[in-house]
Design a binder for this molecule. Structure first.
Ligand code: SF4
Length: 109
């Protein structure tokens, strides 16, 4: 997994207001509306990384979800968001924080 590339891809979202990201994820996020029932794979044994790949496959707002989670939870992130496991997001976080103007503006701006 190339974390620097993922951080680079998120650069395009760095000026999108957090409230707008939250609206987009809530409106279009696959897990927000597609899983009205228990998914058929819910009982399968999976690592968090496998669960993230399965749950977020085809979601149209993966980058927005990931950017939002990095901004709002940062290193304290838990669960599956933005098609990544919590361990992968914690590893991504310092790379993401260094990009754009985030280091000067702070992660939540
Ligand atoms: S990327 Fe995954 S966790 Fe985020 S909204 Fe889409 S399905 Fe849900």
């Amino acid at each position: 997994m190339n974390l620097i590339f993922i951080a680079w891809e998120l650069d395009r979202l760095r000026w999108v207001p957090t409230a707008l990201l939250a609206d987009l994820v809530e409106r279009d996020g696959l897990c927000m509306w597609a899983f009205t029932d228990v998914p058929p794979w819910a009982d399968e044994e999976m690592t968090d990384r496998e669960l993230a790949a399965r749950m977020c496959a085809g979601c149209p707002v993966r980058d927005e979800c990931l950017e939002l989670e990095l901004r709002t939870a940062g290193e304290d992130t838990v669960g599956v968001w933005g098609a990544l496991s919590a361990d992968d997001r914690r590893e991504l976080y310092p790379h993401w924080l260094q990009r754009g103007e985030r280091a000067e503006r702070g992660p939540r701006s």
